[in-house]
Design a protein around this ligand. Structure first.
Ligand SMILES: Cc1ncc(COP(=O)(O)O)c(C=O)c1O
Length: 235
């Protein structure tokens, strides 16, 4: 994501001895006038660590010293927390709402992965800027859908569970125009130019929308749903 935005990602390593939590001093040592966005994830995937409020307050103090630094706080697991841990939303800390974009969605707490519904609470001007990009991304039509990377659940749609180090064409979409792709960690969904919905990858929770809990290594059409009427411009 950082590279797509022409930014240079700086990865801060964490360790099991600190519960995979970021250290605010280490964060401070990596920040400079070029730093634009701190990405936090609490409760986190994959480590499951939950940032205690006190640590978030320390991180907030560090963030406050860097006026051009914004924070993207992924809190999609906020309701999947076990005592004694409690969830604190970074934007709820004093002075942080103005600088924080909170990422959330219905996939985890409401087991609604197949719905592809997420939300981004944040200051109006940032959300308006995100909307501009999102509306354009949605309008793209892809003629050759390609996929690469981790493929443990067949979510690349390539017919195998082998990871792919290079982009490969998804054969099932040869010659088909794709309007929208939603890729999650374990499964993927796509809508074609003709308004047909496809799902593939991990299906344990019915998240492919195909009426069962089976995995699919290649895209399969969700036949029950008429995703959009081509003449209806409101979608
Ligand atoms: C930390 C985190 N954020 C966001 C997401 C995206 O969830 P979805 O694409 O199902 O809305 C995931 C999915 O695994 C996740 O682990």
């Amino acid at each position: 994501m950082a590279r797509l935005a022409d930014a240079t990602p700086v990865i801060l390593p964490t360790s099991i001895f600190e519960n995979f939590l970021l250290d605010s001093k280490q964060l401070e040592s990596k920040l400079n006038e070029k730093s634009r966005l701190l990405i936090l994830c609490s409760p986190s995937n994959p480590a499951g660590s939950v940032y205690p409020k006190k640590l978030l307050e320390e991180i907030a103090k560090t963030v406050a010293k860097h006026p051009s630094l914004l924070v993207l706080s992924d809190e999609i697991y906020e309701h999947i927390v076990y005592a004694p841990a409690t969830h604190t939303s970074f934007a709820s800390l004093p002075g942080l709402w103005e600088r924080t974009l909170t990422v959330n969605g219905f996939s985890k707490a409401s087991a609604m992965t197949g719905w592809r519904l997420g939300y981004l609470p944040g200051p109006k001007h940032f959300v308006a800027a995100c909307k501009k990009i999102q509306s354009q991304v949605k309008k793209l039509t892809l003629l050759h859908l390609q996929s690469w990377g981790r493929n443990q659940n067949g979510q690349l749609g390539l017919g195998t569970t082998e990871d792919s180090l290079v982009p490969l064409k998804i054969q099932a979409f040869q010659g088909v125009s794709i309007k929208l792709v939603a890729a999650a960690a374990e499964h993927t969904a796509a809508v074609t130019e003709d308004g047909e919905l496809y799902g593939w990858g991990w299906g344990r929770y019915g998240n492919l929308g195909l009426g069962d809990r089976n995995d699919r290594l290649v895209p399969e059409k969700v036949s029950l749903v008429n995703v959009c009427d081509r003449n209806d411009r409101s979608y």
